[in-house]
Design a protein around this ligand. Sequence first.
Ligand code: F6R
Length: 617
Amino acid sequence: MCGIVGYIGPREAYPIVIEGLKRLEYRGYDSAGIALFDGENLKVSKTKGKVVDLEAIAEKNITLSGNVGIGHTRWATHGIPNDVNSHPHVSNSGDLVIIHNGIIENYESIKQELITRGYTFKSDTDTEVLINLIEEVKKQENLKLGKAVQVALNQVIGAYAIAVFDKNKPEEIVVARLGSPLAIGIGDNEDEFFIASDASPFIEYTKNAVYLEDEEMAIIRFHKDIKIRKIKDDSVVDTYVQELQINLEQIEKGGYDHFMLKEIHEQPKAITDTYRGRLLRNEAIIKMAGVEDNMKTFLNANRIIIVACGTSWHAGLVAEYIFEDLARIPVEVEYASEFRYRNPVINENDVLIAISQSGETADTLAAIKLAKSKGAFVFGVCNVVGSSIARESDAGAYTHAGPEIGVASTKAFTTQITVLTLIALRLARAKGTISSSDFRTHLLELEMIPSKVEKALLSDENIQTISNIYKDVDHFLYLGRGYNFPVALEGALKLKEISYIHAEGYPAAEMKHGPIALIDENMPIVVIATKKGHYEKVVSNIQEIKSRKGKIIGIVTEGDTQVRTLADHVIEVPETLESLSPLLTTIPLQLLSYHIAVMLNKNVDQPRNLAKSVTVE
Ligand code: F6R
């Protein structure tokens, strides 16, 4: 949460920082701010609202020149979103300025101590406390900025990615990270440097980046170099420069109105990219290095524990069905946030699979650390290459969804299911719990999923009509059974997060144990009723809804006639294996939530109160 951007070099910093903030707005969009230094003056402009609001204010209030700049887009933690709490924050002397992504947990005691030393505070933020702590340390011990940052950081508890600048030392920016990501872009001639929460703000300027590890800091010197050190013991760390694989096109809307819509339509390609080179149908094998290298560990595991949050947790639930069904390995799926705090029984015979699009989710990362401390083997399923969770895991497999920018997760979900299906199939083959003909059928069907997703996307017009009918209701219910119960949860999550309509997902049979009381003639109920998997049972559930006059939107297999006679609306998806059906049934639910949100004029890509990567617990 929160995005940070910085630039130091020969160009004007303002356009680079502003455009960079726009690309990072998915990380937080409560407020935004910028600080520029033009060789003489430090100019700060900040405001509640979005980066476009900042642009309007900055262009009015400050001169926009300067070769050094830092900027921030905020997802509020300490202090409400307002102008004063926005970043950057300036120290009491007016010399030091900071942007911060994270939380300083012991800020209150530090603040009290600083107040006794005469410091005053304008904002309610932990970040203003940190910059004044750095100032105090610098003054008391007569330290250079880099050293002062290091000493101060050793006094704080919490998480951070920070960039700090001293107007009296305009040739350097000091950055540091613990628990929040930070990338440094190195200009082609090594005479300019970029700082950002991810590489998207600087990919058109350079493909060379250094990702700071946790507990590392860097001093970035204009016209010189970067020096990376460990925050704790000051030891020097070798600079490892990576070549970035993403390009500008991937992070632009490409003609779509919203990133979410673009990402929904990218799913055929994303799923193909995810199984490419892994699913070798002609040879009837699945090749995944992370699984192959650790096959013994997987096969000897007592159980698999899956930890994740939100949509990734829903993908984990689908994986539970497929692992148990095909590979006959016991699986438990846990919310990472609960797992980490409930003293779970876990040991070296357990395999923990952590699923995360961003690879930065704080709770999932903490769950991994806990599992590792108890000796479990950790396998990461992440989308963002080089992310904290990918690095913290013992082994893993990337989803190759490409950058997901819309806050509501879409292609991440289907590509996570794709990877997890491949793993389950590979393990099932190794264990002998799947026949060779079933295995081949799965490979063939999985390979056909992208073209079937294309077909499912053709229901868009029908879905728009349905969206228009129900866009003004206050509540929705989503029902599914078996493999499609998690899809019902995911459909409900998508609707609530972008349209703010209350929605709940339930296993269809659970309806009669409570939620049925909600049903009347005003309640739309989305029922996933595909042919394979408990079809007759779901049809009975639909009858029960019909008797209570609920409005039924059935997600059915192409050519279905039975549900069509009962439902108010049907949306067809192509037929596939039950185990693969979530990859298709989720598509109309994504489109339904998207169209309702657009019709309600909601900010689809940046829904209120949310942020794309949740780096605070
Ligand atoms: C929902 C959504 C969130 C994320 C959750 C986990 O659309 O995007 O629920 O799925 O915050 O994020 P990752 O997968 O990055 O760990």
